[in-house]
Design a protein around this ligand. Sequence first.
Ligand SMILES: *Cc1c(COP(=O)(O)O)cnc(C)c1O
Length: 394
Amino acid sequence: MHSHHNALGLASALRPVQPVTLIRPHAARRAARFFVEKFLGRALYAVKANPSPDLLRVLWDSGITHFDVASIAEVRLVAETLPAAVQCFMHPVKAEEAIREAYFDHGVRTFSLDTMDELDKIVRATGNADDLNLCVRIRVSSDHSKLSLASKFGAEPDEMKELLFAARQAADALGVCFHVGSQAMTPAAYAEAMERVRAAIVQAAVTVDIVDVGGGFPSTYPGMEPPPLETYFEVIHRAFESLPISYSAELWCEPGRALCAEYASVLVRVEKRRGDELYINDGAYGALFDAAHIGWRFPVNLVREEASDARDLPFSFYGPTCDDLDRMAGPFMLPADVGPGDYIEIGMLGAYGCAMRTAFNGFGAVSTMVVADEPMASLYETDREVASSNVVQL
Ligand SMILES: *Cc1c(COP(=O)(O)O)cnc(C)c1O
């Protein structure tokens, strides 16, 4: 893969006509090391946030050995990319054929569920296997998160007793899992969820071997700066220590966003300006789904050889398709003299950005380049020495 120092080096050298995904393996490495070293348990990478095989390998090389997968295509991808990785199939509603293939062909032993039907399905599809790790997903509040995952999945607290009891009979190891919603803005989200877990365990009076606090760990975006990740870990560690579970019970988490948000940005070109609206060559059907559909703001930077000294103004973006929905309201703060032909770097698109790209209207093509500079924002301590020593390995 080609590499450049930064967006400006790339834009000056290549004047790219199509958007370019800029990847920063050192940023993903730093995030993975952070979880491996500071989370006192096991961190599974949630593959859906960004399934790029290059990223999977970077995470693996940095000590992430377990992967949270949600579809048979993700199972096959991880099996192919990292044959020694351990996969956990954490979607609570799976096709029976997918469970069978995952279990018999790819060695998957960990499955989540939130109904008796799903438990029966797993038992049937695996031929009454006696080596299953079964994680019962409990519904928790998404109130502290920017993106809810609360309505779709999770057993109600009053259904947990029967489910935990039945899963205990079928499981070698029994777990409880939840998801507080994505981009949880306060550690209190986990404290409250752990209280539900405690109540469910006490009521069911079963031995629990795994407590999986799911994803939801935040990244940093304009207007959404969360407290340090360490404070999330402290809250989770404390709650875990006080649960009525076996002495050897394991603590798991499933970060998606936090491991890869800083991994990628996108370099786009302005094709037209109409007042405070910029028509750019990537959009809602490309890497900017969240910017369009949930009004997410991402950091932006005008990429010009001679920095503009015009003051910043708020702009909105239109994407390249012939569709009014292809609009990102922002506001995105850029120098007042930005115009056609200018390049803009849009940061923090490593999670749920590049992964969402479609080819709608003929605009899916992108190239990918490695850059060595720092991401436009970071939740991790900047260790310039580590970052620059990694450049040579790219
Ligand atoms: C999406 C998802 C994750 C990752 O969530 P983030 O908010 O990106 O950390 C983890 N676990 C499950 C079950 C998920 O569906």
